[in-house]
Design a protein around this ligand. Sequence first.
Ligand SMILES: Cc1ncc(COP(=O)(O)O)c(C=O)c1O
Length: 358
Amino acid sequence: MLVVAEVENTDRDRPVDLRSDTVTTPTPGMRAAMARAEVGDDVYAEDPTCRALEERVADLLGTEAALFTVTGSLANLLGVRALVRPGAEVLCEARAHIARAELGAHAAVFGVTSRTWSHPRGLVDLAAVRELLVPDAGPYFVSTAAVSVENTHNFGGGSVQPLDSLRALRELTAASGVGVHLDGARLWHASAATGVAPGTYAACADLVSVALSKGLGAPVGSLLAGPAAAVADARVWRKRLGAGWRQAGVLAAAGMYALDHHLDRVPEDHANARALADRLADVAPGIVDPAGVQTNIVVLDLAAAGIRTGAAEVAERARAAGVLVSVLGPAALRLVTHLDVDEAGCRHAGEVLSTALK
Ligand SMILES: Cc1ncc(COP(=O)(O)O)c(C=O)c1O
């Protein structure tokens, strides 16, 4: 008899935590799947559950292979490295996770430089990319080796990259021998919002990272997917960076469980985010455009709503009332819905924030 059923997420006094979709804790069912997992030494390529997860995600994305990694940051690091030699550049949007939230890893570890374009929702700006793109800059300037796109775009408010512009980007870059990296930490969310299959998005890129720990409820795990040779090389670099792991099947089992049980419910998170945005736009017009909330992320612009209270103060008031949100800037807050916050929790958060904003 497994004891995991006792470890239920039933603490009714816990706060409504909307800081991120990474704060979820494994459900009893997921813990049971982890406890049952068949494992082996993954560095020896002998972990059947890791293999099964990698094959499943490669299949979902229509790629030859995939590599299970401990974090999305590592999947991105390995993915960009595969496309950009030291000293060359990757182009990305100014608030892309790889540019802002990976602590300069791409430069610090692999000598990758970057230039950025800006878009209020983090979307691909083809004209800007065309202007920045210099595939062969000669001996005095930096050459562009890849473009990285984030779908959905986290700091852009969970925005979905239009498929047409991803396809146009693919055409533009392919013509000049430049690679495309897709940071698809929330590619599932893009697919749920549009009905476009994950593989259709993945086909617009050379290498794709996807996460199991953002909104899908796994405690750990991302995958880097792409051609078999690139993934095999990434496996070597994963080990070189000290991130080879042994009986990782217990974690892969959580990922498998997340795909089996939590992928289909992502639209609930989108509906909750939209309802929250509707509520807040009612009490503070201009704070967010609810029609722009496509997935599970709501970014609030306090200044646009004429609210003079700072974001940190609003977050503190909300925290005191049991609702946690992220401060993105002096006048910006982020709320992220996920499987540990239900509709009632989101409604409660809407009420608490309505008061905190006054
Ligand atoms: C778009 C995006 N990419 C990558 C990551 C990195 O994932 P991890 O926290 O697993 O390193 C995140 C994390 O939130 C993210 O939002």
